[in-house]
Design a protein around this ligand. Structure first.
Ligand code: AMP
Ligand code: MG
Length: 299
C-alpha cells in the first residue's frame, strides 16, 4: 500500500503475540493484493480494465467496500470519491513532466470522475461504470479497512492489547501495558518535536490524512495527494486532518473527505455523524477540533 506498517502486541505468551502479528500481516497482504491498482492481476485492476465495457462480478468483500465508499461519497457531498483514479493519473503525469496539467485535459478527465458513474447490483454483486473512462482507486479507504481486519485477527488470536499502525491509520486495541488507554500524539508536521494534541484511546481507530508525508511537487511547489473530485485540483489550505472513530475504515475515509471539504463543511459533517472526533490543522497555523470540549484540553 505504498507505506509502512507496524504492529505491537502485548500478551503474557510471547509465541501467541508473534503468531497473532504474523496472521495480521498476512491478512493485510491479502487485502493489498486485492485492492492494489499497481498490480495488474488484482481485482481492482480487473474492475478498472473491464467495468467501463461490461458488468463485472465482484467478490463479496470488494463489493462491500465499494458500497461503503459510495456511502462515504454520499454523506460527504462527493468530497470522498474513489473515482478520482483518472485524476490521480493525470496529476502523476504532470509531476513526471514537471508541468501543470493542461486545462482542457483536466476538463476531459473530470467527465469520467464521479461516484454516480458507479452502478452496483447487490443481488448479483455486479459493478458497471456508466462512463468508459471511469476507474477506481481505494487508496483513501483500503488502509483503514485493512487495519480493521488486522485488528479482528489479533482479537481472534486472543490478543486484547495492541497497536496497529498502517501509514497513519491506527487502531488502539485495549490499553498500553500499565495504562488505562493508549496515548496517540498528533504532531505539527512543520515542527516535528511539537505535539499538537494527545488522544487517549481505547478500542478506537485514529487516522491522519496530510499533505506533508504524501505529496508531490511540480515546479518546486508542493501539492497534496488528495484531489478534489469536483474541481480536479489537489486540495489546499489544510495541513492535516485527524479523525477518531470506532472503525479504522470510517476514520480513513472521513479524514480524506474532510481534507477536501475544508473546515466549515468538514465540521458540519462531523457534527451530523456525531460518533467521531476531528482535529484539523490549517495552513495558517490554526487548529480546529470537534467536539469543542477537546479544544484547550490537551492542545
Ligand atoms: P489518505 O492518505 O487516506 O488521505 O488517502 C489519499 C489517497 O486516496 C490518495 O493517494 C489517492 O489514492 C486517494 N484519493 C485522493 N483523493 C481522494 C478523494 N477525494 N476521495 C477518495 N480517495 C482519494
Ligand atoms: Mg484516508
Amino acid at each position: 500500500m505504498d507505506t509502512f506498517c507496524e504492529i505491537s502486541c502485548y500478551s503474557k505468551d510471547k509465541d501467541r503475540s508473534i503468531a497473532a502479528i504474523d496472521a495480521a500481516f498476512k491478512e493485510m497482504k491479502r487485502i493489498e493484493d486485492i485492492f492494489s491498482k499497481f498490480d495488474e492481476h488484482s481485482e481492482v485492476s480487473r474492475i478498472n480494465r473491464l467495468a467501463g465495457i461490461e458488468k463485472v462480478r465482484l467478490t463479496k468483500e470488494v463489493f462491500s467496500l465499494t458500497q461503503d465508499a459510495v456511502y462515504y461519497s454520499q454523506i460527504s457531498e462527493g468530497a470522498f470519491d474513489i473515482t478520482v483514479a483518472p485524476l490521480m493519473e493525470l496529476w502523476k503525469g504532470a509531476r513526471k513532466g514537471n508541468s501543470m496539467p493542461d486545462r482542457a485535459e483536466l476538463e476531459t478527465t473530470l467527465k469520467s470522475v464521479g461516484y454516480k458513474n458507479i452502478e452496483l447490483d447487490p443481488d448479483e454483486l455486479y459493478i458497471t461504470f456508466l462512463n468508459k473512462g471511469t476507474k477506481v482507486d481505494f487508496g483513501g479507504i483500503a488502509k483503514g479497512y485493512a487495519v480493521d481486519r488486522a485488528k479482528d485477527i489479533l482479537i481472534s488470536k486472543g490478543i486484547n492489547k495492541g497497536l496497529i499502525n498502517l501509514g497513519g491509520n491506527i487502531f488502539a486495541l485495549g490499553s498500553a501495558p500499565g495504562n488505562k488507554n493508549w496515548g496517540i500524539g498528533v504532531y505539527d508536521p512543520r515542527e516535528k518535536d511539537k505535539l499538537l494534541y494527545t488522544f487517549r484511546l481505547t478500542n478506537k481507530a485514529i487516522s491522519t490524512s496530510g499533505n506533508y508525508e504524501r505529496f508531490f511537487e511540480i515546479g518546486g511547489k508542493r501539492y497534496s495527494h488528495i484531489i478534489n473530485p469536483v474541481t480536479g485540483e489537489p486540495c489546499m489550505g489544510i495541513v492535516s486532518v485527524t479523525v477518531v472513530s470506532g472503525s479504522a475504515e470510517k476514520a480513513d475515509a472521513l479524514s480524506t473527505a474532510i481534507s477536501v471539504m475544508g473546515e466549515e463543511k468538514g465540521l458540519n459533517l462531523a457534527k451530523a455523524i456525531k460518533d467521531i472526533e476531528v482535529l484539523i490543522l490549517k495552513e495558517d497555523g490554526r487548529v480546529i477540533s470537534y467536539p469543542l470540549e477537546r479544544a484547550g484540553n490537551e492542545l
